[in-house]
Design a protein. Structure first.
Length: 306
């Protein structure tokens, strides 16, 4: 019932925003507002007891901000436990989205506290993943990770032999088509702990596909990136050993076997290569690409042919 009332409230608030859009965006000030979080795309400030503003970094386009807001709304209405997105605002020279303040704590802090918390977190995050993956999406409503994978493999051809890339194509072709919802950036910094439950934020990567692609992005967060650079675990607020343990336990509770782990690693590396190829100017780019090429070449011969 509570959820239903929120949906109505949410839709109502959104009609208000449609009117805003016809005029100028509202300008708000974050002077004196405490900064409560930060990610790759933005900084998050607490505005009052009920709302926060995610202020986007200058490189994020208005198109991407609008998309994230739409996806957040879409996810909330579909029943994903996430913050309500209200409106797009101007914050000085930058843009932001006002969201509901989640009365929650950081999952990294929770996991660091004790062994029991780590176990509890992984257990609940696997349940949350299952919940997300039980949401069916209409064809064409969201991007399809399988289709994206084929594009990313095309990029890989610059870095790996044709034989290797042809085998990657075969592996992706073997993945069943699926309209299952995926979060696709499912890690500690995008999960928050409220009382007994987990909430999910940062919806800009939502897409559809087989859950193996979700596992690939999780493998990237907890296993692949930390194996390439210690800072990747520090970004999550944990040490490398804890990151590895979260991955191992996630796979175990998810019921994945060695082949699942191999596919997650291979598909995850393809995604990293595409990302790093688009950010060639970043200092770590060529090092990350080289590590992923090596890992794909090592893992491919071990992936079982179905
Ligand atoms: N609705 C919210 N309520 C409370 N804290 C939030 C909320 N949204 C984001 N945060 C905090 O801000 C951080 C960054 O937000 P996020 O949306 O993940 O940004 P990015 O897209 O840059 O990764 C999160 O890790 C979290 O600590
Ligand atoms: Mg984030």
């Amino acid at each position: 019932m509570l959820q239903f009332i929120w949906v109505l409230f949410y839709l109502f608030r959104n009609n208000g925003e449609l009117m805003d859009n016809n005029n100028e965006l509202r300008q708000i000030s974050i002077e004196g507002a405490p900064k409560i979080g930060e990610g790759a795309h933005g900084e998050v400030y607490r505005l009052d007891d009920e709302t926060i503003v995610k202020v986007y970094r200058p490189f994020v386009s208005m198109e991407d901000i609008e998309r994230e807001k739409q996806l957040s709304k879409w996810a909330f209405v579909k029943g994903v436990p996430t913050a309500i997105s209200f409106h797009i605002v101007r914050v000085g020279e930058r843009y932001g989205i006002v969201y509901e303040l989640l009365n929650a704590r950081s999952a990294s802090e929770y996991v660091r506290e004790s062994e029991e918390n780590l176990e509890d977190f992984v257990r609940k995050s696997v349940e949350l993943m299952d919940q997300i993956h039980s949401i069916e999406v209409m064809p064409g409503e969201l991007k399809d990770m399988k289709v994206m994978m084929f594009d990313w493999i095309t990029k890989c051809r610059e870095y790996m032999s044709s034989d290797t890339c042809d085998r990657l194509v075969e592996l992706v072709e073997e993945v069943p088509d699926s309209h299952t919802l995926l979060h696709a950036d499912f890690h500690l910094k995008n999960i928050m702990v409220t009382g007994n439950e987990l909430m999910l934020i940062d919806m800009d990567t939502l897409c559809v596909g087989d859950p193996i692609f979700e596992l690939a992005t999780i493998h990237n967060s907890y296993r692949e990136f930390p194996s390439i650079a210690l800072e990747a675990a520090a970004f999550l607020g944990i040490d490398v050993d804890t990151a590895y343990r979260i991955w191992d336990r996630t796979l175990e509770l998810y019921g994945g076997d060695d082949d699942t782990a191999l596919l997650a690693k291979i598909f995850g590396c393809v995604r990293i290569i595409d990302f790093m190829d688009r950010h060639k100017d970043a200092a770590e780019s060529s090092m990350c690409i080289a590590a992923c090429v090596r890992d794909i070449e090592e893992a491919l011969p071990l992936a079982a042919r179905r």
